[in-house]
Design a protein around this ligand. Structure first.
Ligand code: ADP
Length: 807
């Protein structure tokens, strides 16, 4: 009764204000209660565990109503009950109603389509079913009373119109359709595209290019309600806006529901932080870490703020913060080893009593026994002189001078490599500076940050920073004993995982604060006496320098902040790009599949005879569309991997059976080219991995082998090597030059050859294979080839659950 009154009032208001002016900004007068028919049809609309109505359509509607200030009341019922209520004006709205002209006579539809749904034929993975004609003589599971089974454009009438003789096995649900296909009780089955895309992988069934019966799903409203035109106008307005915006709730919901990802993701902000922390280790790296429970590090006890030993003997400084993160993230145990100072640490690194020097520059000498990670800290190398020294412009002015430098540092190496200077060597940085201050040397070369720190600390007021050594910054790296190259790779991966924000935090912590490194008692008294002799003449110069330094640091922090923000925006955009590509590509498959399906039908002469020209032209359409479909399918896979959204389904895989399955797929091309095929895979070889993705990799290699081989043999071998499996696909084809082999696995790389045009290709196959093999299957790809002699492409993958990448 109350509702009726509300309707009367709203109708009156509507007719009263129904003028163009109102239409221009026709937000409905809120708050308005809207009753919505709710039924169970996952993932489009369904009730979650807490009783909320959610789903692709419901989430979009909930969002729109929040924007409009509407209040929604979901009225639960079955699909047919809901439709009946709509017809009788008992509810105001139904989501997910397929538009048809017949229905449009009964209901008021929105103009904008929310989603197009259609039926797809799925088949067993070993079935060669590509066009309608291939269904001849097959058993096909279909859902009872479904519009895709019985409707005018359903599979039954389609089969009848094309004279296809198949047996329909009627079942109760889409789930049963897939179960029957995967048990091999039927060769194929029909489901709607949404169910198909969500569950085909779990049942290991294959999508064919046979699609039919596209339906525009829209919102439907009661025909007679006064509210309907206005309500549907607002819905249309929101829908078209939401569709345009790639990051809108509409596009996110579409992507997430159609890929079967958790619903919460729709509402989560891009997690750039977490993404930054992902470290994917190869199984070799993981095994290396297991085999090396402790890594001994040798440090410079007096290299503040980069690294130093505090008065209570613990390790501190910028490098120690990096080590803490790397230890935690990589599962390493880098531990401080006992040394007698920096020189001792370096010589112990030479004899491998120490494994890692965590904070060093690269010098020629050091490369003789160490390998370096990428840089993670940089600094300026500068020349320090006494204030009474003449003006200097650079290293050139130091020839014939006594130049002090700390022994075994990158500065010593730098002078050796770039000048003829024979420097005076000091064990510690402080000793070098004191020598300069005491006029035992004319200049000192060291790094700006720690030198100015010690000048201030030791109050060496007769010293000044005279000139930079070069405009470039010098870098600090982790140095690893050179028989441990694997550790360098691991450290690099760990360093890349450290986000900009974390780096900024570390720097903020160490710049502009007082460090309290311990100095030995002896050194303390020695310094104290020496410092006592030094006068405070040029204190102002250092103050000035400090001021400049602070200013510079402030500027750098500001720039770093801006960079960080820009980077974050870029990452968010990148994720959106991947999401957008994935959902757009999904939509592109619709028209393409129908082009392929129907040109296939026409080409086979089922709709009447074709003359040669027509046949030729149509074949081009058919081949181009297939090419485009392959491209889109690859792009979808790549963008899913890049967005970190590909799900991994591990199961027992008998390798011999899987290879047979791959061979069946490329059999027609093999036969056309008259190539022979040899397989050598032990029937016992069982892996625990993602079957579909492994199959995809093998098929990619195999079809390349067939494409790029004109005569001879293609061989597939697989063998177990420890806890890994090596799968090799060899051919006797055109081969690949040494130089080209390096860029083979990059995106869109197609090499020049006489087969390039003849053999179609996207240049994405190997790129995708590498991504799948490394990022999904946790292994690696290999290639060996000689030009004109043939190629061998390989996969080296972990055999079991323990070693496969699960991050
Ligand atoms: P495409 O779709 O072009 O085959 P791929 O990424 O699969 O793209 O391969 C990239 C390029 O690598 C190919 O264009 C081809 O030049 C070369 N290639 C791949 N496999 C072989 C092979 N077995 N023998 C010779 N060249 C090959």
């Amino acid at each position: 009764m109350e509702r009726k009154i509300q309707y009367v009032i709203v109708s009156l208001l509507c007719s009263f204000f129904f003028t163009p002016a109102v239409l221009a900004d026709d937000r409905l007068n809120a708050p308005l209660l809207i009753r919505v028919g709710a039924y169970e049809n996952k993932p489009k609309i369904f009730t979650d565990e807490s009783g909320n109505v959610v789903g692709l359509f419901a989430d979009i509607l909930n969002h729109i109503s929040k924007e409009e200030g509407w209040q929604l009341e979901y009225v639960h019922g079955s699909w047919s009950q809901c439709l009946k209520r709509l017809e009788e004006n008992e509810i105001d709205l139904m989501v997910d109603v397929a538009y048809s002209e017949k229905r449009a006579q009964k209901y008021h539809f929105t103009n904008v389509t929310v989603l197009i749904n259609w039926a797809i034929v799925y088949a067993g993975t070993n079935q060669k079913i590509e066009s309608l004609i291939d269904l001849n003589g097959k058993r096909i599971a279909v859902m009872k009373a479904s519009i895709h089974t019985e409707g005018v454009e359903g599979i039954k009438s389609l089969a009848k119109n094309f004279d296809i003789n198949c047996r329909f096995v009627e079942v109760e649900s889409y789930q049963e359709v897939f179960e029957r296909i995967s048990r091999g009780e039927v060769e194929a089955g029909v489901v709607n595209r949404i169910y198909g895309s969500l569950f085909s992988q779990a049942y290991n069934v294959r999508e064919t290019s046979i699609i039919f019966n596209p339906r525009h799903l829209r919102f439907a409203l009661p025909k007679s309600a006064a509210l309907s035109p206005l309500l549907s106008k607002r819905l249309d307005h929101h829908l078209s806006e939401l569709k345009k915006e790639p990051a809108s709730i509409y596009n996110k919901a579409l992507y997430i529901y159609l890929s079967g990802l958790p619903r919460e993701l729709i509402y989560s902000e891009p997690e750039t932080e977490r993404a930054g922390k992902r470290v994917i280790l190869s199984s070799e790296e993981a095994a290396w870490i297991r085999d090396h429970p402790v890594i001994r590090i040798g440090v410079d006890p007096e290299f503040a703020p980069f690294e130093y030993i505090t008065s209570d003997g613990s390790y501190d400084g910028i490098a120690s913060d990096y080590i803490a993160i790397l230890n935690e993230r990589l599962g390493l145990h880098m531990q401080l080893a006992v040394t007698r100072g920096w020189k001792d640490a370096v010589s112990k690194a030479k004899t491998r009593e120490i494994d890692v020097l965590p904070c060093v520059g690269i010098t020629r000498q050091r490369t003789g026994f160490l390998k370096f990670s990428k840089p993670y800290i940089n600094f300026y190398r500068v020349i320090i002189t006494r204030t009474d020294n003449p003006f200097l412009t650079g290293l050139e002015d130091l020839e014939n001078m006594n130049v002090a430098v700390q022994a075994d540092t990158s500065h010593e190496g730098y002078l050796q490599d770039n000048t003829n200077i024979a420097p005076l060597l000091y064990d510690t940085l402080q000793e070098g500076l004191l020598a300069l201050s005491n006029e035992q040397a004319d200049a000192f070369v060291g790094n700006l940050t720690s030198s100015t720190y010690w000048i201030r600390k030791l109050n060496l007021t007769n010293l000044k920073v005279a000139a930079p050594v070069s405009q470039e910054t010098q870098n600090l790296h982790f140095a690893v004993r050179d028989d441990w190259p694997v550790l360098v790779g691991i450290l690099n991966k760990g360093l890349s995982s450290i986000s900009e924000q974390e780096e900024i935090e570390i720097r903020k912590k160490w710049i502009n604060i007082e460090y309290k490194p311990g100095i030995s008692r002896r050194a303390f008294w020695r310094y104290t006496f020496q410092i006592g002799g030094v006068v405070l003449v040029v204190f102002a110069v250092i103050m000035f320098w400090n001021y400049r330094l602070k200013h510079e640091i402030h500027k750098r922090i500001q720039i770093e902040k801006e960079l960080f923000e820009a980077n974050q925006n870029l990452r968010a955009l990148d994720r959106l790009k991947s999401m957008f590509i994935a959902s757009m590509s999904h939509e592109l498959r619709t028209p393409l599949n129908s082009i392929i399906g129907f040109t296939g039908v026409i080409l086979q002469g089922m709709t009447g005879p074709l003359n040669d020209k027509q046949h030729d032209h149509l074949s081009r359409v058919y081949n181009s569309a297939k090419h485009l479909l392959n491209l889109i399918t690859d792009v979808i896979d790549i963008s899913k991997i890049e967005a970190g959204r590909i799900e991994i389904f591990r199961q027992e895989v008998n390798l011999a059976e899987l290879v047979d399955e791959a061979v069946i797929t490329i059999q027609p091309q093999l036969r056309d080219k008259k190539l022979t095929l040899q397989t050598s895979v032990s029937g016992e070889l069982v892996m625990h991995t993602d079957k579909k993705r492994l199959l995809q990799c093998i098929i990619n290699y195999l079809s390349n082998a067939v494409k790029y081989t004109e005569s001879g043999t293609i061989a597939i071998t697989a063998r177990q090597i420890d806890d890994r499996v090596e799968i090799l696909v060899s051919d006797t084809g055109i081969g690949i030059s040494q130089e080209d082999q390096t860029r083979l696995f990059d995106a869109f790389e197609r090499l020049d050859s006489h087969l390039r045009v003849k053999e179609g290709g996207t240049g994405l196959g190997l790129y995708l294979t590498r991504k799948l093999a490394t990022e999904i299957l946790g292994g690696e790809v290999l290639v060996r080839s000689r030009e004109g002699r043939g190629s061998t492409f390989g996969l080296l993958l972990p055999i079991g659950a323990d070693t496969a990448a699960s991050h």
